[in-house]
Design a protein around this ligand. Structure first.
Ligand code: SD4
Length: 327
């Protein structure tokens, strides 16, 4: 993250970072560690802050890490102004909103995922139920929807096409002329939490790329692509053009780079550089953005979209930080 000396000292004065972190970080532009006291929550985009704040509230009230991930993401899934997450998201080319989500829990390396899910208000809850109530990891399409309904998850009333159309009338999203994915047209939430006891969990939820082909699945519900959690190392999550993330298992790669000792921000940058080397597209057309945190309470992000920002929340502070660029 590029942080001016003044911003940096300002943060130190506000008590966000410890003296040790200050001296370690004054010489380099990486974000300071959260200091290790209390939870650290990192998510994509400025709207992630409201989800982070909700997640912190759950933790403060004694909720579990998974409750915090799930309920935090609920906030974004319920936000009808968000055109890339939840039922108010941008429809696919057939005019239907298909949702993707996944959740991971460090201990036991547990995971659940749903893709191309229709009509369910909180796909993150469906993903959690897949993890907790089935022997599977991923359910898709109608099977995922039937499972979510069986589990009693909130759905569009009636689950009919008419109900869907009525919902869409009340929550209009631009079905036509959707711009190609870019800083103004993608808003996936990936939310990572390092608990006070060092446990790590994360979740990711999206309606995916606007105007996608019906049945298209992006990176967001794919473990290792849109999200990856390793309880020994850290976690990473993605937002952007899924096709440019999932071909490279990008979140997994970020975690593996952190395993080798890389700072989360540096790991995000290195993965972008690695993808840029392999991908024939110019780097500024990749539209890939990542957030990461590690077991030590360090965090960071990097993205090819200049407008990409991310949200970081601790007991001391909740804030939106700028895309630090590619270094
Ligand atoms: C996808 N990665 O479906 C998602 C879209 C996204 O911010 O991240 N939007 O490709």
């Amino acid at each position: 993250m590029s942080m001016s000396r003044r911003q940096f000292v300002g943060r130190a004065a506000a008590g966000v970072i410890t003296t040790a972190a200050l001296s370690a970080s004054a010489a380099d532009p990486l974000p300071p560690s959260s200091g290790g006291a209390g939870p650290l929550i990192v998510s994509t985009w400025p709207f992630g802050k409201a989800s982070n704040d909700a997640a912190l509230k759950i933790l403060r009230a004694g909720g579990s890490l998974l409750d915090a991930v799930e309920r935090g993401i609920w906030v974004t899934e319920s936000d009808v102004t968000n055109q890339s997450v939840g039922l108010a998201g941008t429809p696919n080319a057939a005019g239907v909103v298909q949702l993707d989500a996944c959740i991971m829990y460090g201990p036991g390396h547990k995971a659940g995922s749903v893709a191309a899910l229709e009509g369910i208000r909180h796909p993150i809850s469906a993903a959690r139920r897949v993890m907790e109530k089935t022997k599977h990891v991923m359910l898709v399409g109608e099977g995922a929807r039937m499972f979510a309904l069986e589990q009693g998850l909130e759905s569009l009333p009636g689950n009919s096409r008419e109900a869907y159309d009525n919902w869409m009338k009340k929550h209009p999203a631009p079905a036509a002329n959707v711009p190609p994915p870019g800083p103004d047209n993608h808003d996936t939430i990936a939310l990572l939490i390092l608990g006070a006891d060092g446990t790590i969990a994360g979740g990711c939820s999206t309606s995916g790329m606007g105007n996608k082909l019906p049945g298209r699945v992006g990176d967001s519900p794919i473990l290792g692509s849109g999200l990856y959690v390793d309880n020994e190392v850290g976690a990473a999550g993605a937002t952007g053009v899924g096709e440019n993330v999932m071909r490279y298992c990008a979140s997994f790669m970020i975690v593996e780079f952190m395993r080798q000792g890389m700072h989360p921000q540096e790991a995000c940058r290195q993965v972008i550089q690695r993808i840029a080397k392999m991908d024939p597209k110019p780097v500024d057309q990749l539209s890939i953005n990542f957030v990461a945190l590690d077991k030590k309470g360090r965090f960071g992000a990097a993205g090819t979209d200049h407008g990409f920002k991310y949200s970081v929340t601790t007991e001391a502070k909740s804030e939106v930080l700028s895309n630090p660029g590619l270094g």
